[in-house]
Design a binder for this molecule. Structure first.
Ligand code: SRM
Ligand code: SF4
Length: 565
């Protein structure tokens, strides 16, 4: 039985209700719109349909929300700024690339490099006239913001342990391969942002053979996880690949599909959903499988309502079996049963680890992913810059917003440690249990969707929760805390042990009971909590965890056991 019509069969009905964004894409001349003209004018903003197209180029039009009200009251224009996201497949950067990012942060952005929960990099506070120079500088160092956002396959995340050269060579290039295959083919970005007036714009350009001119209904996220631990939150992804060995077929991937965490208060039919196991494929089959899943989404995803355009809703509305049949049809052969998945707790990869080639890797926590000096010329930004300049290392960004300095030669370990010490960068041994794993999204003042603070309040919240643990002698017990300014869930609070989700300017919904393995959704414990009341709400639960918790039982597991009792 066929549950869906194909996109072609649906054309007549869909065309009446397509979202404005679908029309913008179709009419955009392959993502050009009037971006070139708008970039050239003296206004500080980009407006109209091109503001949407800008996202495909990795750029978000924002305004400084700290001054929005006073400017509006004074009848002044907003302070227009831009966020630029650089897609970094698997989060892997050479030292030259790190230095280039650092230069760009200082010369064109607000002096910080923001590591994201998808192993990418964001720059904030970029002015319009800085967008073209930034694109050119990134391009010189083989980086780009193109397709870091927009209705395409987003930055593919990958467990850093799979990326360490020599560990598993076949996996090392996988995230890059996915990025190359599913990057839009149009030359628009290079023409408009990189080459500018030098671009030979009269040459014909081509649509991507897979996407066509309307790309995907919305974003699509892929992760490659380790089979042992779930640091990338693979079940929060549209498509997750877990390298595993099949008893008959040998090496391949267990595939999970249709996860996603975003919700919206205004749309009660939106929800977080964990991915379901789909199948096991061999290495030879994985490209076809990715394409089949994506084609299902491209053809059948909702292009009439962007709030429900993610693939998870397709699977949920149709029922997983029907959704699976649609994928199978596009895969053109039967899908095997998946293998069982059994993750251990997520590894944060912090601290020292020896690689199989004899080099070392040092994982450093970056609070809320914000690489910035806290005093002039001293701090984590200066430290990473100096290390990149003097040592022959690589950098890996993790899905926990942290950074790993990789490929450190044994004789360079002391230099690295000395530079970090001079800059006051704390190593994992000096971190509290809560701060070690805490995440926060950027929220205010840059994010246009933020209802409440997140990144700027994280330290205070971490300190408060840590102090509650300390008071109970639980200071060494890990507790995963994630905070976001709205229910879009960019720091993945929906799978955290403690998820703090912005509801109004001063209140948050408190979610508890996600798992440290990322395999369980947290449940709403209390709505509209003020941060000053958080400790009081957690206190009795922490008391019971201490008294009634089983040996080594994680807080999230304990909380769910309490609910079930
Ligand atoms: Fe996100 C939108 C930041 C990971 C779900 N996200 C945004 C925007 C672009 C706000 C906007 O649309 O105007 C935020 C930029 C704020 C700023 O000022 O920088 C933003 N998201 C982030 C980052 C930087 C958070 C971080 O702390 O690192 C992450 C960048 C990822 C990257 O490098 O590509 C980020 N966002 C996520 C994740 C987690 C993940 O992918 O593992 C999620 C939940 C998973 C999911 O997709 O379901 C997530 N972001 C969203 C959503 C909700 C999507 C939905 O299904 O409805 C939005 C809203 C939207 O797309 O309209 C959103
Ligand atoms: Fe913005 Fe909400 Fe994402 Fe935070 S969770 S960055 S507030 S969209």
């Amino acid at each position: 039985m066929r549950l869906f019509q194909t996109a072609r069969e649906c054309t007549v009905t869909i065309e009446r209700t397509l979202t404005a964004e679908e029309e913008f894409k179709r009419a955009s001349d392959l993502l050009r719109g009037d971006l070139a003209e708008q970039l050239g004018n003296v206004r500080p903003s980009i407006e109209g349909a091109s503001e949407h197209l800008l996202k495909f180029h990795g750029i978000y039009a924002q305004d400084n929300r700290d001054v929005r009200r006073e400017r509006t009251l004074a009848g002044e224009d907003l302070e227009h700024i831009f966020m630029v996201r650089v897609a970094i497949p698997g989060g892997r950067l050479s030292r030259e690339q790190w230095l280039a990012l650092d230069d760009v942060a200082g010369d064109i952005a607000d002096g910080s490099i923001r590591l994201t929960t998808r192993q990418a990099v964001q720059f904030h506070g970029v002015l319009k006239h800085g967008l073209r120079p930034m694109a050119a500088r990134l391009n010189e160092h083989l980086m780009t913001s193109f397709a870091a956002c927009g209705d395409v396959v987003r930055n593919t995340v990958m467990c850093p342990s799979l990326l360490v050269a020599g560990n598993n060579d076949r996996l090392v290039a996988m995230a890059e391969h996915i990025a190359r295959t599913f990057k839009p083919a149009t030359r628009a970005h290079w023409e408009i942002f990189v080459e500018g007036d030098k671009a030979a714009s009269s040459e014909p350009d081509e649509e991507h053979e897979f996407y066509g001119s309307t790309y995907l209904p919305r974003k699509f996220k892929i992760a490659i996880a380790s089979a042992n631990e779930n640091c990338v939150d693979v079940l929060a992804q549209d498509l997750g690949l877990v390298p595993m060995v099949h008893h008959e077929l040998g090496e391949g991937f267990n595939v999970v599909v249709a996860g996603g965490l975003g919700r919206s208060y205004a749309n009660p039919d939106t929800f977080a959903r964990l991915a379901d196991p789909l199948t096991f494929v061999t290495y030879d089959e994985v490209d076809d499988l990715i394409r089949a899943v994506l084609a299902t989404y491209r053809d059948l995803g909702d292009r009439t309502n962007r709030r429900r355009a993610r693939m998870k809703y397709l699977a949920a509305d149709a029922g997983f079996e029907h959704f699976r049949q649609e994928i199978e049809q596009r895969f053109t052969r039967p899908l095997r049963d998946p293998l069982p998945l059994d993750f251990a707790d997520a590894d944060d990869h912090l601290g020292w680890h020896e690689s199989v080639d004899g080099t070392w890797q040092l994982g450093l926590r970056v609070a809320a992913g914000r690489v910035r000096d806290l005093e002039e010329g001293r701090g984590i930004r200066s430290a990473l810059r100096e290390i990149a300049a003097v040592a022959n290392v690589e950098f890996l960004i993790t899905a926990q917003q942290d950074i790993l300095i990789s490929a450190i030669a044994p004789e360079e370990r002391d230099v690295v440690v000395a530079v970090l010490a001079v800059n006051g960068v704390r190593l994992v041994e000096d971190l509290g249990a809560v701060e070690r794993s805490a995440l926060a999204c950027p929220a205010l003042p840059t994010c246009g969707q933020a209802l409440a603070e997140a990144e700027r309040r994280l330290d205070g919240v971490v300190e408060m929760v840590q102090s509650e643990l300390n008071d109970r002698g639980l200071q060494r017990r890990p507790l995963q805390l994630r905070m976001t300014g709205c229910p879009n869930g960019c720091a993945r609070p929906a799978v955290a042990e403690v998820g703090i989700v912005g509801r109004t300017k001063n209140t948050y919904d408190l979610f508890l009971g996600g798992g440290p393995r990322g395999d369980r959704l947290a449940v709403l414990h209390q709505e509209k909590v003020k941060l000053e009341d958080l400790a009081g709400i957690l206190r009795p639960l922490l008391d019971r965890w201490k008294l009634e918790g089983l040996d080594g039982e994680a807080f999230g597991d304990f909380y769910v056991r309490l609910l079930d009792a």
